[in-house]
Design a protein around this ligand. Structure first.
Ligand SMILES: [Zn+2]
Length: 368
């Protein structure tokens, strides 16, 4: 597919490419999935978790009802009020910066919803969110993790909202909440059961999480990594920093039976599986652009109406459109190894009347 370039390199009349036009040789991440991720779309082998979750979701959602905005806000406030018991740090020096990052994410995903970030007075490294458009990071998380990882954690929590997880959980919460008080207050019910039924909203929410979040976590991880990268932070540094912390939590020397038991029992899939999945996903999105402009530009025509992309990937942002037979200049070409042996493996960086950008080589005819 690079044949035309080798022929072209022998041509003496080739116009030199202006250095300003030549694309930067840089590393970029172009994620195929953005603010919505479904486990079925992933290459990672999590089909069983996905199937179990789908089955549970269907069962639970059948018994739950659609929530009004008023009820959602009410549930959000119940949980928020209980999280206040943990302690919310209103004057943490990083709070404006972190809320600013959350605002940038809102801008990026073009949502009308406004989210608020809070910092909890806890040394445990953790983050949580719920239906009330509130995201909580612990002080321990902020003190422990690198900024790239903190940003990916904010993105992960926001991802739970974008993927609809918070809405689903609120419906289950609502169903349990509507039933717990009357039964719990009935003097005929044994004391031990009353105490369970009278548990706090926070505990109730935690219980809901226990049954409904295996695949949600992997999906939110990938949304978090996309948002982290889109804001200019490094998703690889983020993943490694979170992984390093998680490895402390889950020592490697557990025996195989403990691993199986823990996996079966835990809300979240084993961290190592999540890590491997996220690592492979980042690798599939990473493009080390290197485009050699020294050979000079060549004239070409577009074969059909086609989009121009910011980076050499059809998952990259769209920066323009080329019309059929529109003339343009090919500045340089790049083989994207992520699409090896597919129709999108070769890309041309072009200049046309409206600007510059990348087009798949298959849509261009070179004029000799
Ligand atoms: Zn999560």
């Amino acid at each position: 597919m690079l044949l035309f370039l080798s022929v072209h390199s022998c041509t003496k009349t080739t116009p030199k490419v202006d250095v300003d036009i030549c694309p930067d040789n840089e590393i970029v991440y172009v994620f195929p999935l953005k603010e919505k991720v479904h486990i079925e779309d992933l290459d990672c082998d999590f089909k069983i978790q996905g199937d179990i979750d789908d089955w549970l979701d269907k069962k639970f959602l059948r018994f739950s009802r659609h929530l009004t905005q008023e009820r959602k806000d009410q549930i959000g406030m119940m949980i928020h009020n209980e999280l206040k018991w943990v302690g919310i740090i209103d004057d943490h020096p990083d709070l404006p910066l972190l809320n600013g990052i959350l605002d940038q994410m809102e801008f990026l995903i073009d949502t009308k919803e406004e989210y608020q970030l809070y910092i909890l007075e806890s040394e445990v490294v953790n983050a949580v969110t719920h239906i009330g458009r509130r995201i909580y990071l612990t002080k321990g998380l902020i003190d422990t993790l690198a900024m790239d990882a903190i940003v990916s954690c904010i993105g992960h929590e926001l991802g739970h909202h974008l993927n609809g997880n918070c809405e689903e959980k609120a419906r289950i919460f609502d169903m349990l909440d509507r039933n717990r008080i009357p039964i719990g207050s009935n003097p005929g019910v044994p004391k031990i059961i009353q105490s369970v039924l009278k548990e706090t909203a926070l505990k109730l929410y935690h219980d809901v999480n226990q049954v409904l979040s295996k695949s949600d976590e992997i999906e939110a991880d990938l949304i978090g990594l996309y948002l982290c990268s889109a804001l200019g932070y490094d998703p690889e540094i983020a993943l490694e920093a979170v992984a390093e912390h998680k490895y402390w939590e889950h020592p490697q020397d557990r025996n195989v039976f403990q691993n199986i038991f823990n996996e079966f029992n835990s809300t979240h899939p084993d961290w190592r599986d999540r890590y491997e999945c996220a690592k492979a996903y980042i690798a599939s999105a990473k493009i080390d652009i290197s485009c050699d402009c020294s050979k000079g530009s060549i004239q070409g025509l577009v074969l059909k109406e086609e989009k121009v992309y910011q980076y050499p990937s059809h998952f990259a942002p769209n920066v323009g459109v080329l019309h059929k037979h529109q003339p343009m200049e090919v500045i340089c070409t790049f083989a994207n190894p992520n699409f090896q042996n597919t129709e999108y493996d070769e890309w041309c960086y072009i200049q046309y009347e409206s600007g510059t950008g990348w087009v798949a080589e298959k849509y261009i005819r070179i004029l000799e």
